[in-house]
Design a binder for this molecule. Structure first.
Ligand SMILES: [Zn+2]
Length: 315
């Protein structure tokens, strides 16, 4: 293991220990049958997902079954997501929120095979990229707002790279992202924490939304996809009703729409077939027509989308 790898692992391990224990303790509420159903589900999804030449410690920490139960890169967002859902009037109860190495780009909510326990699953590759997406979104907005032309181009390209990575298997995402983004400046890491927070919590709440709204999980419809998006945003907004938080809610809406703009880029190229399922662009438009934000908010979302579109792959 490299020196840098060892230091990063130790730092992350210490910083997330409390949140990990917190998330792990939620599994105590499961029955023994549900627990073993969950573990065998994860084992199937994790099979063959080990990146080549990865040290055992890193594998254990980021790719093992234990890691999927309470991923160190996701745990800090699980508690806030639970709090938001509760303030919106829903009880997370025993719903596990796990990470899946078998999924790319989008999460899912599914019933487990043997017990029917409903589980929210977030793709491992997305979890690895969450912080980079937060950085990419904030940096591109900042450079657009300050008319820094060279930076606009560089950050738009970085977002396009992220869009491509989101459709790769988690092991490849891990390898490529650890090479590609090592040099990100500390300043940009600090300021983008909130952006990352919004995106991560939204992704969790969307999957939880399918469960709370009692959607037929094996056959999610177009309208239910839109409904889960609205659920996630509403839950997010429910904890603080004071109008002084509106500035923050506008920003959150921008970040979520940006996430859709990023995901949309590769959807037509690498994504699944639509099969009546809404595209990410439609999901973004649905949020905009539902919330009807102020013109400057719409303009920011559109400027972001337009910059990415310049680098869009040819479908
Ligand atoms: Zn969904």
């Amino acid at each position: 293991m490299t020196w840098c790898g060892r230091v990063a692992l130790a730092a992350n391990s210490a910083a997330t220990r409390t949140a990990r224990n917190d998330v792990l303790s939620r599994y105590n509420a499961l029955t023994l049958d549900e627990h073993s159903d969950l573990l065998s589900h994860i084992k199937v999804e994790a099979a063959g997902m080990r990146p080549p030449e990865i040290p055992d410690e890193i594998f254990e920490y980021y790719f093992s079954v234990d890691a999927m139960l309470a991923h160190p890169f996701l745990v800090s967002y699980i508690r806030p997501a639970i709090r938001f859902a509760e303030s919106y009037g829903f009880d997370f109860g025993r719903t596990p929120i796990i990470t899946s190495p078998g999924l790319t780009f989008g999460g899912q909510a599914i019933p487990l095979a043997a017990t029917g326990l409903k589980v929210a699953e977030i793709p491992l590759g997305l979890v690895f990229l969450m912080r980079e997406i937060g950085r990419g979104i904030l940096n591109l907005h900042n450079s657009i707002a300050e008319h820094r032309r060279n930076e606009i181009e560089a950050f738009a390209e970085a977002c396009v790279d992220l869009a491509r990575l989101l459709y790769e298997p988690a092991a490849k995402v891990y390898e490529l992202s650890s090479q590609k983004f090592r040099g990100t400046s500390l300043k940009s890491k600090l300021f983008s924490a909130q952006t990352t927070h919004v995106i991560a919590v939204f992704v969790i709440l969307h999957e939880a939304g399918h469960i709370f709204l009692q959607h037929e999980l094996n056959q999610i419809t177009r309208d239910q996809e839109f409904a889960a998006d609205i659920f996630a945003v509403e839950a997010f907004r429910s904890s603080k009703k004071d109008p002084k938080f509106n500035v923050f809610y506008d920003l959150a809406l921008i970040y979520v729409c940006d996430l859709f703009s990023i995901m949309e880029l590769e959807f037509a190229v690498n994504g699944g077939s639509l099969l009546g399922y809404p595209s990410f662009a439609e999901r973004r438009d649905n949020l905009l027509s539902h919330y009807r934000p102020a013109p400057d908010v719409v303009a920011a979302i559109e400027a972001f989308r337009a910059q990415l579109a310049k680098f869009a792959p040819q479908s």
